[in-house]
Write a protein that binds this ligand. Sequence first.
Ligand code: ZN
Length: 677
Amino acid sequence: MIENRWRDDEASAFLAKAGGDPTDRALALRVYTSRLIGNDPDLVMHGGGNTSVKVRRRDLLGREIDVLHVKGSGWDLDTIEAAGLPGVRLDGLRELRPLERLSDEDMVNMQRCNLLDSTSPNPSVETLLHAFLPQAVIDHSHATAMLALANQPEAARFMREIYGTRVALVPYVMPGFALAKLAADIYDANPHVEGLLLVNHGHFTFGDTARQAYDRMIQHVTEAETYFAKHGKSAPKGSPAKTQDASLVLPTLRGALVAGGNEATAMPVLDLRQGTVIDAFFARPDMAELARRGVATPDHVIRTKCPPLILTPEIIASGSIAATVEAWRANYRAYFDRHAPNAKEKKTMLTPMPGLAWIPGLGLVGIGATASAARIAADLGEQTLRVMTLAESIGSFRPIAEHDLFDMEYWSLEQAKLGKGAPAPYAGRIVLVTGGAGAIGLATAQAFKAKGANVFIVDRDDATLATALKGLGRDAGGLALDLCAEDAGTAAVAACIRRFGGIDILVSNAGAAWTGDIASLPDATLRQSFELNFFAHQAVAQAAVAVMKAQGRGGNLLFNVSKQAVNPGKGFGAYGLPKAATFFLVKQYALEQGADGIRVNGINADRIRSGLLTEDFVASRASARGIDAETYMAGNLLKREVEAKHVAEAFVMLAGASRTTGHVLTVDGGNIEASLR
Ligand code: ZN
């Protein structure tokens, strides 16, 4: 059930920050309730919905004018600030209403021309709707329960039963001038209403204050939820599908989603969602039919595409994932060819790739060019299941027709929401770093992230992992795991797949040094060192190669070797021996995986301040040589300390060296004794 999240103390805090000016105070409360709406995933998600407030302000010449502050594009309601609600001269917008029609270009231009601040973001595409309605405060959401009503053939009857005459119904029209005009006309004919339900689209409420508009929004949603609880029939049940293995399905799907291109073509990121609600939905006998009906609200289509790709256990068992994806693409091209000729201007087909996969026995998968795009698609996909379930429980889920969906998907103003500009060089690439919370591992994860990659880090210690993950931001993943444990390599790779859908680059970095003269070294110590410094590398590489082969688009294995592998130091035999084996591992994998397009390289680094080289250790080594720590650390040909970031830089370089494999690159500031050739 939806919850009214208004808190007087929070509202007061917003007011206190605003000071005494009544206009600033109105705007402060507008920001507060916009965030309340934006923070509730059953009200709006990801750029959906918008809010406004009308105030009087003085312009530069001291004249009092009416100003509409309305959500600007590029802002999300959950994090909005006053700057995200640009001010627009109301008179300049309202005088447009008598026009018969207004093109989108002219509408956007008029909205910009009436901005108080020319540097503001573009006001929402629904700005005119806010402007033409007279109320001071207007909230617009795509609430789950309201979408379940808005997509009913019998929406009018349900609305009457639930709200009487308090909410008016507006037939479906694409957002823009025509919708603003129609909604305002319907309001004028029903001036007592508290809100509007836009068929196939969403819900508006209004009020004299931010509190009143918000209370009405929550009230309407609550009444709808109560109605569903009372009248909703339970969903038709089927038997749940056989459990599917994410490690087998997702990498294959990821590879299949990219048609053509070469190894340099980025594959999408996958965001897997699981749970009993999803399982129950996918067990419905009418699941495949519901998938074809459409989206819960039109602007979802730019993130989720339509319909979802369905991978049944039969498709998976028969090895037909790629063929099913190809059939989806053919279907998408046919959809484009059916509708593009009717468009006013020439349209170019977007990448034919589903935004969602429904995989009974596994879960719902969001598909996107980046982790955040995949997350948004998955969030919207989960909401759609809730909308469909509710809608079907009282009637029938009937969203907009296909040609309306096409108009929305190919509407230039919607495409603008997706942002422009060249993607970052590693956008969409998935990088798994072992020892990812340590000095070199974390620096490497950060270096790949800075190039746009999605990073998944594995480290032994929970707390350091959590700290490292915090620094890597929301769209990073991680797992606390001892790589010497049984099946740890497989577990690390499986966790990365569950988070992002696959792997493009493995940075096998975790290591630790054991010391002691080789002649008296206990057998157990050497074996322990081999476990981490050799076998753990082998195990995670083996698991990563299996994923890369399933994806079918090459990949990168990068190993952190060590100077010890080629230039032994006294007392470091226990460390150097397994590292020498790992050095050989680079060559062996390079030899055997070249034909798969998997490149295999390593870094031979030395004297980096990290877990292996503590401050105490540096101090003792330095004093043994009769020099200070700085001189010791800069004891190389360049006379400069080598830092973790320099190793990270070399890993990124090797990942990008598209014709280099079987190579070990030295990062040690220059050491002729340890130089390779
Ligand atoms: Zn909307």
